[in-house]
Design a protein around this ligand. Sequence first.
Ligand code: ACO
Length: 332
Amino acid sequence: MNTAAISPKTRILGTGRYVPEKVVSNVDLEKVVDTSDAWITERTGIRRRHMAADGEVTSDMAAGAGRAALQAAGLNVADLDLIIVGTVTPDSPTPSCASLVQQKLGAEEIPAFDISAACAGFIYGVTIADQFIRSGNANCVLVIGVELLSRILNWGDRTTCVLFGDGAGAVVLGQSKNGAGILATQLFTDGSLAGALHIPAGGSAEPYQSEGIGRQRHKVHMSGSEVFKTAVKNLTSASTAAVKASGLKSTDIDWVVAHQANMRILDQVATRLGFPLSKFVLNIEEYGNTSSASIPIALDEAVRDGRIKSGQNVLMCALGAGISWGSAVVRM
Ligand code: ACO
């Protein structure tokens, strides 16, 4: 699915993030699993990740990022018409994380729902919010990407547990009146690859049972090399498609804010796109892979420290479980 608007209807009014205080280094992980700082750094680019405190839940982090984005936009919670949360780690299977965020922010009875598109959840959320605003059904939408992955990892599986971190990022989207905003979005899913990255137990196919819990069936399972290959291929093609749909040339793109999964994936995507790595906003070293939170956290950092400036064109792309992926081109 793709959408393109030469005259954008939706723009980013403010960005925000919340990352937990606790930092876990690769050296700390050497005490948990059979791994090494050298292996993790060389194979992934990750040096540290942030981890939620005991008692801290996904909706706490999401509400923190949401408040920061509202403040940056100069808006109040009463200005919101809709809350969308991209997450695969809600506080509990039901209700949605978005319902709890609505309550924690003190919002009125506006609609609030979650999207399950894993690492692509933020791009999916932004695309849906854009549709609500374009159609005139919403003026102001809070989109949050949040994950508390440390609680769904198998801490005995070195091939997955070293890769991820916890955090939240958010944007407030509103009507565009000045030519800035979302120029194009692209969404894709290939369910035939669903088994490459999944949590087998805890749903209708395999309800929780003590035997399955013992085998860590309710934790993340991944075929790393399969995900790696599909990530490089699809992040490249979705990025190319979004730039084309936006009506811009690739040389018009000032910044790439790509999902931070693995530095080697980002390197290969940059090479295939013909973009220098200096155009990429990179923070994987500090946070690891925060799934749906990774793009809005990186975006917020680059907006706040002045790298991304008003009027610049930003390409975003992400891929995760599903396999689902997507991209967006936004003029700030
Ligand atoms: N520490 C030390 N050794 C390890 C570790 C570890 N943490 N993990 C794996 N190894 C070992 C393996 O056991 C293997 O040993 P062997 O040769 O004796 O069998 C060796 O390292 C090489 O393993 P590979 O799986 O071939 O390593 P690879 O270079 O492919 O890197 C990785 C693995 C980092 C998981 C890579 O495949 C990857 O990044 N894939 C993408 C996955 C991803 O990013 N998923 C996140 C969610 S989806 C997304 O966000 C895009």
